[in-house]
Design a protein around this ligand. Structure first.
Ligand code: SF4
Length: 165
């Protein structure tokens, strides 16, 4: 995650400018005031209780602690001390929302040629197509119908197999 202040050891103006331009939200002034700025970042990621207490002491005198905490919570920072809170003291990040299925991947004629050219001739074409790429079954059958028209699969019995050429 990149929402917190940079903890790279630097205090020069160029670095401040670099931090300013790299911030995702464009609101970077608070980062330049961070008490951890210029300190060794590993202090804030060391899970040893003594290191955590030391990092928290830095946060305790930090003028932007509230903003840092808010940003860390919003970003779901999983590791390190942010805003005076250790990872254990922050709520667990929400699991990412399940991916919407979206449109099924399109397979070009060339891709169908290549797929069935390299396929095992005696294994069902449907199995090999679904191994190659996830497709809803109805879409897979549409691809197989096109593959049949292209002559790269053929009926043997009741199933489609890669065409023997
Ligand atoms: S609150 Fe702590 S982690 Fe956040 S900017 Fe300040 S010193 Fe750094």
């Amino acid at each position: 995650m990149t929402s917190g202040p940079t903890r790279r050891p630097s205090t020069d103006g160029d670095q401040a400018a670099a931090d300013a331009t790299s911030a995702p939200d464009g609101n970077v002034s608070w980062r330049t005031l961070a008490a951890c700025r210029g300190l060794n970042p590993s202090l804030f990621y060391d899970p040893h209780p003594v290191a955590i207490d030391t990092a928290k002491q830095v946060c305790a005198r930090c003028p932007v602690r509230a903003t840092c905490k808010t940003q860390a919570l919003a970003a779901g920072e999983e590791y390190g001390v942010w805003g005076g809170l250790s990872a254990d003291e922050r709520p667990a990040p929400k699991p990412s929302s399940p991916q919407r299925p979206g449109p099924p991947p399109a397979l070009s004629d060339d891709e169908l040629y290549d797929l069935f050219d390299a396929a095992e001739p005696d294994r069902a074409a449907l199995d090999q197509l679904l191994e190659h790429t996830y497709l809803p079954t109805a879409t897979a059958y549409k691809h197989l119908a096109r593959a049949e028209r292209l002559g790269v699969v053929e009926h043997r019995g009741r199933s489609l197999f890669p065409a023997r050429r």
